[in-house]
Write a protein that binds this ligand. Structure first.
Ligand code: SF4
Length: 256
């Protein structure tokens, strides 16, 4: 298995097919993943892997200093930037200073790259908290994960810790009033897991219509995964699942 852990608070810029030239922000420890999910496909590996003693999340001041230093340096060298993207080694919204960090990032963006977007890749688990929703509503691209409307499949794919509630996540996402991007993973594993089975697809399509996001991103595995035996889902299969949503007026992007 060869998974990736980001080695710094700020990384890149990297080229993203979805987001263009993207400067990454990792609010979780370097060399150790912390997430309240432990997805079987997580590119950072399992939560139990890569933990180092003394692992801690960076402080508000460390994040701000590294961001300002990096963004001003890129700007002075004339480097183009399309987006500043929060992703990294775990779920960014569990950082205790996430709302303050978003405010700081928007300020830095406005000063150095006013045309750039701020994006957050989130697993949606904290969106029921008013301060987290308020912070996410300030960014250009809140990209919010729900991998299944079926609680059993969701537990298999995402392995949430604590008292995860799909209903609570759905209610939280409704706070966007549709102004968010929904992201969903599709994969298979032999005869054990099939995200394209009709019994999973129909409730997921109903959930999308209920939440009515401004865009849906459907994607499949792209790199090695911590769980062995996972298989990609074809673009054709995902396009078939997307078709009724597009007919209903939902914008859907499929990435194979
Ligand atoms: S939510 Fe993201 S960071 Fe967390 S385990 Fe899943 S893929 Fe990894």
């Amino acid at each position: 298995m060869s998974t990736i852990l980001w080695q710094d608070i700020i990384f890149g810029p990297i080229h993203s097919r979805r987001l263009g030239t993207s400067l990454g922000v990792n609010l979780m420890p370097v060399n150790g993943k912390i997430c309240n999910f432990d997805c079987i496909y997580c590119e950072c590996g399992w939560n139990r892997d890569g933990r180092t003693s003394g692992t801690a999340v960076p402080s508000f001041r460390e994040v701000c200093d590294r961001m300002e230093e990096t963004v001003s340096g890129l700007h002075s060298r004339g480097v183009k930037l399309d987006t500043i993207t929060f992703s990294g080694n775990g779920e960014p919204t569990i950082h205790p200073d996430f709302p303050r960090i978003i405010d700081f990032t928007l300020n830095i963006r406005d000063r150095f790259y006013p045309e750039a977007k701020v994006s957050v890749l989130s697993n949606s688990t904290m969106v029921h908290r008013p301060e987290i929703l308020a912070a996410l509503r300030k960014v250009d691209n809140p990209i919010m994960k729900i991998d299944s409307a079926d609680p059993g499949l969701l537990r298999t794919l995402n392995r949430p810790s604590g008292d995860y509630s799909l209903e609570r996540v759905k209610e939280g996402l409704k706070g966007f009033g549709g102004d968010f991007i929904l992201q969903t993973m599709f994969l298979r594993k032999g005869t054990e897991i099939d995200c394209t089975a009709l019994r999973f697809v129909l409730p997921w399509q109903a959930l999308v219509l209920e939440l009515s996001p401004r865009e849906v991103m459907m994607y499949t595995i792209d790199r090695e995964t911590p769980e062995s035996g996972l298989e990609k889902v074809s673009v054709d299969d995902m396009e078939r699942i997307a078709a009724p949503l597009r007919e209903a007026g939902i914008r859907v992007q499929v990435r194979g």
